[in-house]
Design a protein around this ligand. Structure first.
Ligand code: GLN
Length: 551
């Protein structure tokens, strides 16, 4: 078992997650079995209780983990389904150690950061590495943060534990270009590596994030000052799309470098052909499909404009998986999907029709997507946007809260239940069309208690949902407390709303749609989490296809 540890230097938002994911893709393209782990040095047990303003989107795994959004990148780049445990936080580590302490497992010993916390970190990483050829571990934060020290100490010890041929340290750092000097500067990176060395870690590979080509001189300088080989200085220039990064890094030779440094040929030989002496010296990665997908993203034939009506529109990270799912659907349809961000509060006015008409006249409204969310702010604007999409036959996709709003809209304006609402926003509404189920009513703890993770839905034949998915039983990941109130299913259905997907027991509405509309569909799950660059999600694919018809 081999381990690659990825650290970051100088500043955050360097694209460490994309670098880690790209390395994963390059190794997967060489046929290795990859696992990916994100370490978040914050004290939360998981990302579930954090506001999108703090930490962007909460990514949900099949097993119901509420994790860091980087797990979404990992899943998209290496096309796997990860688990809650693939996201390690300081909170999880301390919780386990403190529970052990209370049980008396430490037999009277003083419980300390070293070795007890570091041992627990190593134990988790080792467990995650079992059954995989290579485990890639990204350490969140920037080298020098107090919070990440125990993790850095643990990964330093790791080399001792599993042997130097089995561990590789990659440091991703910033190489700022100073315009007035016309130069790329190496000093911040030198300092960052110095800091890392002070902790006892010497990186094997340096990935330098830069706006401009760095040139031979800078490579030499970095190699000298940072004590890495010159061919281990990898230039990571700003890319046109994140999906281009694996291709760029491959050109820089990072794939073969890792194969060599981690002696991966040995695994390859063992796996494929011990006896065949003609086996190649290097493994050629198969990136052909990936390359054509990137080509379609960079040079699309068509363009389409989808409006996202959201509450956190100033914060794009809050909708990362939705944005990527639109990119994937676009790539499949050779289409650039322009996103028009509309703050839902902007539509919380009587004039919402005019505002949306105006967007339509300016040709930025070929489709409307209403994403998930929590809290009352902006809900009326979402409901207005959905009414507009329904009445004007604009392709519409509603996700989670987006589906709940579609139900409220339909109840109010078609079923004539004027004050219908969700009890999340109006506790005493006379028509609670969206409500808490009994098991959610008296919960004391907020963390990890929603309906979380993958749940099946059974689709009705002869529905849009069925024709899009092409199968009867589908799984989507959930993250919500409220449900369409089963007491209202009949009224909604008798007024023409089609509940096209139900939970297997027939109690919960999972998908809804309209028949007298070209594309009006909403789901209680979060399909965006399962979209992949080479396998766009059918609901997003359908939205883009239908929106394209406007051209
Ligand atoms: N706030 C809603 C609920 O808890 C919807 C959540 C969501 O959109 N993820 O049910």
């Amino acid at each position: 078992m081999k381990y690659i540890f990825i650290t970051g230097g100088v500043v955050s938002s360097l694209g460490k997650g994309i670098t880690a994911s790209s390395i994963g893709r390059l190794l997967k393209a060489r046929d290795f079995k990859i696992n990916m782990v994100k370490i978040d040095p914050y004290l939360q047990i998981d990302a579930g209780t954090m506001s999108p303003y703090e930490h962007g989107e909460v990514f949900v795994t099949d097993d119901g983990g509420e994790t860091d959004l980087d797990l979404g990148n990992y899943e998209r780049f290496i096309d796997v389904s990860l688990r809650a445990d693939n996201n390690i936080t300081t909170g999880k580590i301390y919780k386990t150690v403190l529970e052990k302490e209370r049980r008396g497992d430490y037999l009277g010993k003083t419980v300390q950061v070293i070795p007890h916390i570091t041992d627990e970190i190593k134990r988790r990483i080792k467990n995650l590495g079992e059954n995989y050829d290579i485990t890639i571990v990204e350490i969140g934060g920037t080298v020098g943060d107090i919070e990440s020290l125990p993790f850095l100490e643990a990964i330093r010890q790791f080399k001792k534990d599993v042997g130097k041929d089995n561990v590789l340290y990659v440091h991703v750092s910033l190489l700022p270009y100073i315009k007035t000097a016309g130069e790329v500067k190496t000093k911040p990176t030198q300092h960052s590596i110095k800091e890392l060395r002070g902790i006892g870690i010497q990186p094997d590979i340096l990935v330098g994030r830069t706006e401009v080509p760095i040139g031979e001189k800078i490579r030499e300088k970095l190699a000298l000052f940072c004590d890495v080989e010159k061919d281990a200085v990898i230039e990571a220039r700003d890319a046109k799309t994140i999906y281009e990064v694996p291709l760029n890094l491959e050109k820089e030779g990072i794939g073969n470098l890792i194969v060599e440094k981690l002696k991966l040929m040995e695994i390859y030989h063992k796996k494929y052909d011990d006896s065949n002496k003609n086996i190649k010296e290097t493994i050629k990665p198969d990136l052909s499909q990936w390359r054509s997908m990137v080509d379609r993203i960079i040079n699309p034939l068509n363009e389409v404009n989808i409006a996202i009506i959201g509450k956190y529109v100033i914060l794009r990270d809050a909708y990362m998986s939705i944005i990527e799912a639109l990119v994937h659907a676009g790539a499949k349809n050779d289409t650039k999907v322009n996103i028009k961000w509309i703050g839902s509060e902007e539509l919380d006015t009587k004039n919402y029709n005019e505002i949306l008409d105006n967007y339509r006249e300016n040709e930025v409204l070929d489709g409307i997507l209403v994403p998930g969310g929590f809290g009352e702010r902006g809900v009326n604007g979402k409901i207005n946007a959905i009414k507009y999409a329904r009445e004007n036959k604009i392709p519409f996709l509603g996700i989670c809260l987006g589906m709940q709003c579609a139900v409220i809209e339909y109840a109010r304006n078609v079923c004539n239940l004027k004050e219908a609402h969700s009890t999340e926003f109006h506790e005493d509404t006379p028509h609670p069309v969206v409500d808490l189920l009994p098991d959610q009513v008296n919960l004391k703890e907020k963390g990890g208690t929603m309906r979380l993770g993958a749940y099946p839905a059974i689709l009705k034949e002869d529905t849009l949902a069925y024709s899009l998915y092409g199968s009867k039983k589908v799984y989507e990941r959930h993250r919500h407390r409220y449900e369409v109130n089963p007491k209202y299913h009949n009224i909604l259905e008798s007024n023409g709303l089609i509940i096209s997907g139900f939970s297997p027991d027939g109690k919960l509405a999972e998908l809804i749609e309209l028949s007298d509309h070209p594309y009006f569909i909403a789901t209680q799950g979060h399909p965006e989490f399962k979209s992949r660059p080479n396998k766009p999600h059918p609901l997003f694919d359908g939205l883009v296809k239908e929106a394209l018809k406007k051209n």
